[in-house]
Design a protein around this ligand. Structure first.
Ligand SMILES: [Zn+2]
Length: 354
């Protein structure tokens, strides 16, 4: 019953705002403005600290007027690795250097046996978030293809098979998150912007396996990555028009996923590519996470106005391009406020237009 009420309230808000995922952590929990930042606390203090940070992050989103809130990924060090750390079959001591996203070398753990999830990973954190707010909540999980791209596989020796095993594990976690009251479960698949053949051959099928049997809404987040150097260097090689989305969109449009979360603001993605996913709900990235410059509300509104040419108003969810973990808290707060203010401009325009 509770879930039904929340779903109704979500539909009432036109252009509900949200973030793609991570938000900066407080400096007492982890070193700010860094990815993979080590925790500053230990044991019980760390658990308490993560939960307090979750509460703070929620409050900052609510104060900024964000409509669909999240945990800001305060309890995880990294959006992929933290999930994998809770699984069996992966040896974190036994590391190999591999090329991630076909882009940069990284030292990664090794899959040494059958992978499984002995117990839930984020469900207690999701329950805590659910207790703190009546707003719709979104929870992010790594997508199967992005997970395998962050590992060396010495066991299955098949990217497709390992992704399928992860999809089954993600589905278990997602079902428990749904039962904990999560309204939208999002899978982060930046790898969908790189491995186009695999996306179409089995990537989207694995994503559909991960959401099988869920009644809550589901989303896939496909971006050009955090504003780190390896990604900004890569973007410079992509030319003046980024058409990567064109490869996965036709099949995603046909898929069972409800929402597609995309990078749009300040990117070279031609907005007309959104026509390829007409009918889906779209989380339109209207905040650039690769710069400290805070968007003006009018800049946000411009991006949303452009997106409205290809996305029906009742299906447009203003969002950030990607996570904001590497930004300062001040900048992130400014960007959240800009997102809300920009969405408000378009809501007013739409209500006048009616
Ligand atoms: Zn992203």
């Amino acid at each position: 019953m509770k879930t039904r009420i929340q779903k109704v309230s979500m539909q009432k808000t036109l252009l509900p705002t949200s973030t793609a995922g991570s938000l900066p952590k407080p400096s007492w929990l982890a070193q700010p403005e860094a990815l993979w930042s080590p925790w500053k606390l230990q044991g019980e203090e760390l658990i308490d600290g993560k939960h307090d940070a979750l509460r703070v992050s929620l409050q900052e989103q609510q104060q900024a007027g964000i409509d669909i809130v999240s945990d800001g990924e305060q309890t995880r060090q990294h959006f992929v690795t933290t999930f994998i750390e809770h699984l069996t079959g992966v040896d974190f001591e036994n590391r190999k250097t591999v090329k991630i996203r076909d882009r940069y070398d990284a030292s990664v753990p090794t899959v040494v046996g059958a992978v499984s999830r002995p117990k839930s990973v984020f469900v207690d954190d999701a329950k805590l978030l659910r207790q703190q707010t009546n707003k719709p909540i979104k929870w992010a999980l790594p997508g199967p293809m992005t997970m395998i791209d962050t590992l060396y596989d010495a066991h299955y020796q098949s990217r497709e098979q390992l992704a399928w095993e992860f999809a089954k594990i993600l589905n278990q976690e997602a079902k428990e998150l749904e039962a904990a009251g999560v309204d939208i479960i999002q899978f982060d698949e930046p790898a969908f912007n790189v491995f186009f053949d695999e996306v179409n051959e089995w990537g989207i099928a694995c994503l559909e396996r991960a959401i099988e049997g869920l009644n809550c809404e589901t989303a896939v987040h496909i971006c050009y990555g955090y504003g780190i150097k390896a990604n900004t260097d890569w973007k410079k090689t992509l030319g003046s028009e980024w058409r990567q989305y064109e490869e996965a969109f036709p099949k995603l449009q046909q898929s069972t996923i409800d929402i597609i979360s995309l990078e749009c603001h300040n990117s070279h993605v031609p907005m007309e590519l959104l026509e390829l996913i007409r009918g889906k709900k779209v989380m339109v990235g209207a905040i650039d996470v690769a710069t400290d410059t805070i968007e003006t509300p009018e800049e946000v509104a411009n991006t949303l106005r452009e997106a409205l040419k290809y996305v029906d108003a009742d299906k447009l969810y203003p969002c950030t391009n990607c996570g904001m973990a590497p930004l300062s808290r001040e900048v992130a707060r400014g960007k959240l406020n800009a997102l809300s203010a920009g969405a408000a401009i378009i809501r007013r325009e739409l209500s006048v237009g009616n």
